[in-house]
Design a protein around this ligand. Structure first.
Ligand code: 5AD
Ligand code: SF4
Length: 455
């Protein structure tokens, strides 16, 4: 398999197709993998049939997400066998790679490379090894060297960007694989983050979303290296970058919403009034079984305080129904919380037992049909709430960051402060600007603004 040159001196461009599953961290990682491979002659393509290399950047959080990888591999396989002259390199990256490792190569021997989320900076070397004919190259280390030190600075792809500031998790919620697949918590030094953010803004980025599995557990070394900064301090420093108009962060944990961060929501206008704060369940008993480390009363208190500082704060959450031992009363408590708090967006899931996690071995697993019924009830209410929120925006003027062309000619798409997609007729020169737009209608998945006025 010499058809995969990794020598930058040899120009022959190779086409790289990356499929991303799961969370925003994976979206970020996929972009970085493309960045790492670019100097080695790989250009990204949206057409899998045209690819010389396919990376599946996988998610292990629920069983369905993991199984999807194997069915996709089955679909990709013929591309490799049916055009032997050209060859196709297949890599499985991300959390399924980490969790399943060599078992992937056993089950799908046509896979060339398996790697975890902490080693993608080594991709060029792994590709070179696979190209030399070393079949089934595996790298699921948790290396001592942080991968970020080996990655090229990220490049802007429009007015919004992700910036990974923290990774991994030490919380060990009993349902979750993340502490096993992403490893221990690690916070990047603040100086590196400020430098990357300045670079992104210089390239035209106006909104940065700070990413981390536990983003508000951030505790990076300060620029002068004599202190540790939390997320609040980092946010305040980022807000000093001229032209950075918006800052968001995700995903946060209720346990880590400290005073300083809540106060940043009061003081930093760039911090957008939208917060994804997963609560998972409305029952204290279930939260305890989940090892979430907070109570419902504490969640309410946090929200009350945040809304005191920022009355227009819109909330989003994750929910799990059918966690082992969840009774009708526990589920009713979740519904009560949803009705009382009100969420403008939410992700809700049936509990999915993950091998090796404590909850998978708990007695009193909830039958599938009960999970189905609860999920349906919950999703109905959550859908009602986000529709009502979108409807309530009609007639209001929202500041919209115009991020790119819309689907129709002459149309632009943008983002409201509350992370709603907004469509508007307007000129391309507006991309990258924040405009106050009058919301005329709420469509299924977006808002429609009246045409942007004369300027
Ligand atoms: N089953 C169902 N949902 C899960 N999540 C994490 N692990 C599981 C699991 N085993 C959900 C949580 C988390 C989101 C990213 O995925 O709600 O916040
Ligand atoms: Fe998983 Fe809990 Fe860590 Fe979130 S806080 S990544 S749910 S273990």
């Amino acid at each position: 398999m010499t058809e995969h040159p990794t020598d930058p001196a040899r120009p022959a461009p190779k086409k790289l197709f990356i499929k991303t599953y799961g969370c925003q961290m994976n979206v970020y990682d996929s972009d970085r993998m493309a960045d790492v491979l670019a100097p080695h002659g790989f250009r990204t393509t949206d057409d899998v049939d045209d690819a010389d290399m396919v990376i599946l950047n996988t998610c292990h959080i629920r069983e369905k997400a993991a199984e999807k990888v194997f069915s996709d591999l089955g679909r990709i396989r013929p591309l490799k066998t049916e055009r032997p002259g050209r060859g196709l390199m297949i890599a499985v990256a991300g959390c399924v790679g980490q969790a399943e490792g060599a078992a992937i190569i056993k089950r799908a021997p046509f896979v060339d490379i398996v790697l975890g989320p902490q080693t993608y900076h080594r991709l060029p070397e792994l590709v070179a090894r696979a190209a030399r004919g070393e079949g089934g190259v595996l790298d699921t280390d948790f290396p001592a060297e942080p991968k970020f030190d080996f990655l090229p600075p990220p490049t802007a792809q429009g007015p919004t960007a992700f910036l990974s500031i923290q990774e991994g998790c030490d919380k060990f919620c009993t349902f979750c694989v993340v502490p096993y697949t992403r490893g221990a918590e690690y916070s990047r030094p603040a100086a590196d983050l400020l430098q990357e953010a300045r670079g992104l803004v210089a390239d035209g980025v106006r909104e940065i979303t700070l990413l981390g599995q536990n983003v508000n557990a951030y505790h990076g070394v300060s620029p002068d290296k004599d202190a540790t900064w939390g997320l609040a301090q980092l946010t305040r420093a980022l807000a000093d970058i001229p032209d950075l108009m918006r800052i968001r962060y995700t995903t946060s944990h209720p346990r880590d919403m400290d005073d300083a961060l809540m106060e940043a929501h009061r003081d930093v206008p760039q911090l957008m009034p939208f917060l994804h704060l997963p609560v998972q369940s409305g029952s204290d008993r279930i939260l305890e079984e989940m090892n979430r480390g907070h109570t419902i009363a504490a969640y309410y208190k946090t929200i009350e305080r945040l809304r005191g500082y920022r009355p227009d704060l819109a909330l989003s959450s994750d929910f799990i129904v059918g966690f082992p031992g969840e009774t009708d009363e526990d589920f009713a408590a979740t519904m009560k919380l949803v009705e009382e708090v009100g969420f403008v967006q939410a992700f809700s899931f049936k509990y999915s037992p993950r091998p090796g996690t404590p909850a998978a071995a708990m007695k009193k697993q909830v039958p599938e049909d009960v999970k189905d019924a609860r999920l349906q009830i919950l999703q109905k209410e959550l859908t009602r709430q986000w529709r009502a929120f979108n409807q309530a925006c009609v007639g209001k003027t929202l500041d919209v960051l115009l991020t790119g062309p819309g689907r129709d000619p002459g149309q632009l798409v943008g983002r409201s402060p509350y992370l709603q997609a907004v469509h508007v007729q307007g000129d391309h020169s507006l991309i990258g600007q924040v405009r106050p737009l009058a919301i005329a209608a709420a469509l299924t998945n977006s808002l429609l603004a009246a045409p942007d006025g004369p300027r």
